[in-house]
Design a protein. Sequence first.
Length: 162
Amino acid sequence: MAKQKEAKTNAMRILDRMKISYKTYSYECGEFIDAQQTAALLGIAHERMFKTLVTVSPAKSFFVFVIPIDCELDLKKAAQKAAQKSLSMIHVKDLLSVTGYVRGGCTAVGMKKQYPVFIDESARSHQQIVVSGGKIGLQIELSPEDLSKASDAVFADVIHLR
């Protein structure tokens, strides 16, 4: 019997095209579950799992931040790094139209448009991190440097102090 071919997400196709190695984790999930639940389900240390957050400036410019799942985005630091007066989180209802991804499946790789992306500098302390793979039920493990390369991101201190 032929092995069923894995359906590739846009993020996976981009990583393949860039010849970036990654590992996928799939899990059954009919609807959104938070990153802490996902990490527990997959047995991945919370420090290595990162979430992707999308913000908007008063001028309606969008900025993407990849931060550890147990941390909160510091909107003042984020705005400073993005050279904006202020930033706020976008409404969940706007996520799909802005990024092309749904809540729980949003990743910095392969969004509808190339927005400025910032990865929290804490990612550099790990050889591999895990981020959403572009759909609910799929996570991708890759090096922080490869995520930066694939999403044209910079590393920055953007989380609240722990």
